[in-house]
Design a protein around this ligand. Structure first.
Ligand SMILES: [Cu+2]
Length: 176
């Protein structure tokens, strides 16, 4: 192949690129708050340096039987987790925070206990960017700042958290 044809090929492929998202994941960690916990969650900051919105639409891992995208909602002062079926938008030139008390990747039916200092592999699927595979450190001891933008979540009532719709107990997800 001549240099000219290589350059031509590059130019052609560039010209067919759609508006794209550039996804980056910062500071991911996963936790389950007790060795016996059947559920765990992953938290991170997802940034998008591209010029188009993207969306985290699903996630998979070998570490759990089922993975859902969740958020917390507070109803009558009680925090509950809910699946976010449409996923998490990652705005163009912006970020979305997955943090305690908010968006998170929920892992149910852990295939092995989350051991402090070990890692799990998490595959995130984005609408635009496609699949992004992460190695996520298990950090059960991590204390979350919970003070982002002045929002103090310390008073959140985790004890009121109800079981999952499929009956999976939410034990082990408290911050204690
Ligand atoms: Cu959850």
């Amino acid at each position: 192949m001549t240099l000219k044809s290589i350059l031509l090929g590059a130019a052609l492929s560039l010209s067919t690129l759609p508006a794209f998202a550039e996804i980056n994941v910062e500071d991911p960690y996963a936790r389950a708050s007790s060795p016996a916990a059947q559920v765990g969650a992953a938290f991170m900051v997802i940034t998008n340096s591209g010029d188009a919105d993207d969306r985290l639409i699903s996630a998979t891992t070998e570490a759990a039987k089922r993975v859902e995208l969740h958020t917390h909602v507070i109803t009558d002062g009680i925090a509950k987790m809910m699946e976010v079926e449409e996923g998490f938008v990652v705005p163009a030139n912006g970020e979305v925070l997955l943090q305690r008390g908010g968006y998170h990747v929920m892992m149910m039916g852990l295939t092995a206990p989350f051991v402090q200092g070990e890692t799990i592999t998490l595959n995130l699927v984005f609408e635009v960017a496609g699949e992004v595979t992460l190695v996520v450190a298990v950090d059960n001891e991590r204390q979350d700042a919970m003070n982002h933008e002045g929002m103090n979540m310390d008073g959140m009532n985790h004890e009121g958290m109800e079981g999952m719709s499929d009956g999976t107990a939410m034990e082990g997800m408290s911050d204690n």
